[in-house]
Write a protein that binds this ligand. Sequence first.
Ligand code: UDX
Length: 447
Amino acid sequence: MALKITVIGTGYLGATHAAAMAELGFEVLGLDVVPEKIEKLRRGEVPMYEPGLEELLHKHVAGIEGSSGRLRFTMDWAEAGEFGDIHFVCVNTPQRHGEYACDMSYVDSAIASLAPHLKGPALVVGKSTVPVGSADRLAAYLAEHAPAGADVELAWNPEFLREGFAVEDTLHPDRLVVGVRGERAEKLLREVYATPVAEGSPFVVTDFATAELVKTSANSFLATKISFINAMAEVCEAADGDVAKLAEAIGYDDRIGKKFLRAGIGFGGGCLPKDIRAFMARAGELGADQALTFLREIDSINMRQRGRMVELTRQELGGGAFLGKRVAVLGATFKPDSDDVRDSPALNVAGQIHLQGGQVTVYDPKGMDNARSLFPTLGYADSALEAVRGADVVLHLTEWREFRELDAQALGEAAAQRLILDGRNALDPEVWRKAGWRYRGMGRPTA
Ligand code: UDX
């Protein structure tokens, strides 16, 4: 009989995972404790912008015309406990307020709510990003509190999906990592992921600690790559070099690689910043803090880029105060193809200039609602053209395709001054210069 799967937590990770499991042919029950989320999902609506996810939900959510009916949603823990052979825990682990460490309360409460309802054999699979050692602790908790006792196993299966590519990354992962203690857990997970494995996704079996560490070390490596190139951008600024050319040239060495070497205002979002901080905090608890002190530098290089963008803007506007200056900001989300503004470098820069007296008007293709609720005092416009109207400077802060395709001539006619600063080094300087703009990238003073 086909495996039955529950997915606990229906945010970016969980909603995508649930839909993907249904797509792979399993019967799936998604659980969340927020009623509005469940109501939306039952109608096939996605609580965030994620390309392809709404279509996948419509294909599988029970009650939607023409769907497979394999995907349902509930708020009832007893129903979930009864239903699943496998329970995926996909709740988030945000940064703890005022601390570097991550907040494990959602994971802990999910396990505590599920445990009493595990009355028969089941596999609980953690996907959330957690401090190393958590799986060990949670396995002990389950052994003590699940009525089925030793018939309930735990596994850790970190998730590497990128926002904007969540569906693709979940259905066609570049690798699957499973931390297990027993053969039964491994066998069940091989069954769950049989399709992607048959298509070539490597399946790496580890112990609990290694599986947990794979996730935090992968994100630390990615953060390090970005901060490395941003550090080079700072040197290029000082030495009249061009960081984009530099990145291209070092990237041809395939030990280095071209990816994740885009210099600019740095990384943000719900993962990289908080994950490297939680990793440092955990290493400290383990007495291995020295090993990760470099991440402190990675974090500060990253945060510095936001300030550098503000200073570059000030300098290009003549060096004085922002008071009375009109600043158009293109982009609010932390990256394109997402509506996520969590720890967004773009909004941070917009906010800093606004707080220093600049008149900031923001436009973003998908992030307007989230940006408005996080930063209600900024100005917002309904299009790039409206944001740019009357502006003394235009800041390009999130590299949406829409911005690369803008009509530089038409924008030039709307702006008070043709000055564009590219915080993502993603626009074509030639296009803008031809239309009479002064173009300035980050780490490319001469480009
Ligand atoms: C990241 C990891 O990539 C993913 O594997 C993990 O599961 C979750 O965290 P995500 O947060 O969706 O995914 O974004 P990602 O594409 O990694 O970008 C993170 C940030 O880095 C963005 O703000 C992006 O603009 C920035 N970035 C990325 C750069 O500044 N330069 C680059 O070269 C690449």
